[in-house]
Design a protein around this ligand. Structure first.
Ligand code: FAD
Length: 345
């Protein structure tokens, strides 16, 4: 069966890998230039190339399926144990850890989180910078013709037998709405209607050579900054200090109304200076990224959603099905992939 997957984030790549191994013909459409979606790494050109994870900074999870995935990633040399707790900033002080928070192993990718996406996607046929703008149900039997057409915004049209939408819920809603007149997908639409997202600004800041700090990351009880990640603790940067700072949802929302978005970066740096000390407000370089769909505010209590029409299968997967994490995204893609292997063998 020819299956079109929209989105090369963790959920889409995991489902694609399972279905490709079972002999299905997989083609993935990704609107950005690279693998991984929110599991993202940016390369910053300085004297030497710097890699910083400006999306999800680590992986953690307890389910058997995700544990097996972490083991596979460790064996492939892509992932390693990072820490089991992080520092906590509150009332003007940095505590070594958050009181009452359980210690759990957190894993990181020395080569950047993007290396996980590259590994998962290496055997898949992926069209990058190919945004799907609409899906059309052609109808009929898939023995004679493809029941689905995927229309990309670069004017290409792709016929497929089945569609998997592996995007954040709001983008999935937009895609399904394009097919609504032609096919009864109203049930899916009504489920998606309920999901909204927090936003976050990721500020990347480099300080050149500095004495290393003794923390790996800090959760912050602060109106502007929610998390500070010491990226240098993940990989050897020859003594250079690079941080990634995530804003709160409330602060990120200001970007939509801001006349001068640069002023928000400055505001985040000032806050960073208050938390870590004046040096942190004056990096050698900085840049930022807005995540409009950072984390789903609520999740659905099911692994994925699919239509009941077996002649024109279509399914939705992603982190918003069972949580708001990489583990949730993994489990959604994994469950759909394994179920469809059985169903369409
Ligand atoms: C700043 C930040 C911090 C985070 N921190 C953590 C953390 O500490 N721990 C944790 O477990 N998780 C964390 N997460 C969440 C984690 O990254 C996500 O839960 C997970 O990566 C979601 O995977 P996904 O496959 O569901 O979706 P995504 O990763 O969002 O993948 C969807 C893909 O679909 C593509 N796409 C969308 N629309 C289209 C279209 N029309 N055509 C083609 N392609 C399209 C997108 O470009 C994207 O690549 C964080 C996320 C962010 C942004």
């Amino acid at each position: 069966m020819k299956i079109g997957i929209i989105g090369a984030g963790l959920s889409g790549l995991v489902a694609g890998r399972i279905l490709a191994r079972a002999g299905h013909d997989i083609v993935v459409f990704e609107k950005s230039r690279g693998y991984g979606g929110r599991m993202a790494t940016r390369r910053v050109e300085r004297d030497e190339m710097i890699r910083v994870d400006h999306g999800a900074p680590y992986l953690t999870g307890t389910s058997d399926a995700f544990q097996s995935f972490l083991e596979e990633m460790q064996e492939a040399g892509l992932v390693t144990l990072w820490n089991d707790h992080f520092s906590y900033f509150t009332d003007g002080r940095i505590l070594p850890e958050m009181p009452g928070r359980e210690r759990v192993p957190h894993y990181m990718a020395p080569g950047g989180m993007i290396s996980i996406g590259k590994y998962l996607g290496r055997t898949l046929d992926i069209y990058f910078e190919e945004k799907v703008g609409g899906i059309t149900h052609i109808g009929g039997s898939r023995i004679t013709k493809s029941p689905w057409m995927l229309n990309s915004t670069s004017i290409n049209v792709f016929g497929v037998d089945a569609v998997i939408i592996a995007t954040p819920a709001i983008q999935a809603y937009g895609l399904i709405s394009t097919a609504q007149d032609e096919f009864d997908l109203r049930k899916m639409i009504s489920v998606l209607d309920d999901i909204s997202y927090t936003s976050a600004i990721s500020l990347l800041a480099g300080y050149g050579e500095r004495n290393p700090v003794d923390w790996k990351a800090i959760y912050c009880d602060n109106p502007v900054v929610s998390w500070i990640c010491n990226e240098s603790s993940k990989r050897d940067f020859s003594g250079d200090m690079n941080l990634v700072v995530h804003s709160t949802d409330k602060f990120a929302k200001k970007l939509a109304e801001a006349d001068d978005p640069v002023a928000l970066n400055v505001r985040m740096l000032m806050e960073l200076g208050q938390i870590l000390g004046p040096w942190a407000a004056r990096p050698e370089w900085h840049q930022s990224h807005l995540w409009r769909y950072h984390l789903p505010r609520k999740s659905l209590d099911m692994p994925y959603l699919e239509s009941e029409d077996e002649l024109a299968p279509i399914a939705l997967i992603g982190d918003y099905f069972q949580g708001r994490s990489m583990e949730a995204a993994y489990l959604s893609g994994y469950k759909l992939g394994t179920d469809w292997v059985e169903k369409f063998s």
